[in-house]
Design a binder for this molecule. Sequence first.
Ligand code: AMP
Length: 368
Amino acid sequence: MSILVINAGSSSIKYSVYETKTLRMINHGLIEEIRNHHEGFEVMRGHLETHDIDITQIDAIGHRVVHGGERFHEPARIDDDLIHEIRSLIPLAPLHNPANIEGIQAARAIAPNVPNFAIFDTAFHQSMPPYSYRYPLPHDWYESYHVRRYGFHGTSHHYVSTQAALILQKPLEELNLITFHIGNGVSACAIENGRSIDTSMGMTPLEGLMMGSRCGSIDPSIIGYLMRETKMSIDEIDTILNKKSGLLAIAGTNDIRSVIDAKNRGNQNAALAIDMFVYRLKKQLGEYMAILRGVDAVVFTGGIGEHSPLIHEMVCEGLEHLGISLDKEKNRACETQIHDLNTNIALLVIPTDEELQIALYVQKLLLS
Ligand code: AMP
């Protein structure tokens, strides 16, 4: 029997199928340019049938849902009320939650007897204390409009922290970790005794570190200033901050490989982009070292975090006084443990696997 994991975007459906007991992946695929999710699920059903997987006979379906607001601290079984609650969170995630709901509805229509579970990107960060998640803004903005920090990439931060615990051979509940998810989206998480106590993304995935095409944290007054000076609309500015900023704005591309190549050819904008990118990661590392009482490991994951020794080296450079010391040879050899063995803080490179983490959550719920 098997578990189907669904990541439904606005025009695509990414899916993976795992054996329920062993969580061995038995199939995966991506269906793009769908007109609607019902049609997309029909295409997926056809693909799965050619591999002898009958979607109506599987154990469960786990859906990635981007925003769970304050209500969801952990994965939840989907029923009509839960869909209603996810819908009520659309104003907080207008680009993602509608597609996630459509995916859920298409799954329920095509396999009415199979239980569905929602796994929220925000849930892992619900353990943040109020002084971490509140903004210094009027109470009413929080109470009436839910303006607070939620954090994202929670499934990824949780997965790599669990893997770090296996590598370090200690229970996760006894570990303090700093996890960096560095891909097109970038976020960091401070994990105390296995629980998220802070993360760099905020009310939306725009806050925090410099990203592929998102600016990360900037002075909020820039927005009003530019609206007054350029007469751009708030939507135009919003698009620039989310889609035309970050590495893309400074280096002309959001692909770190191209940025590094350009830097090596002497391109000054590419060099500046990398310096800005790394500077912010390094500052974040320092912040989290200050709030955690001792750190067992720093973990790198995501497309850049998993594959770019240069970024590891630049982030860790000059931090020996904080107990961070990278072994350059191990790093360049792309080993998992890239720290100098004489130091107490492990530096780990761990491939993330959000789909497998979703399958793990579903497996646990099926057994409970
Ligand atoms: P993600 O959003 O996690 O898929 O990560 C995308 C980022 O990872 C892009 O900036 C890619 O340039 C980078 N990336 C992916 N594969 C590699 C690789 N083999 N070496 C260096 N960077 C990579």
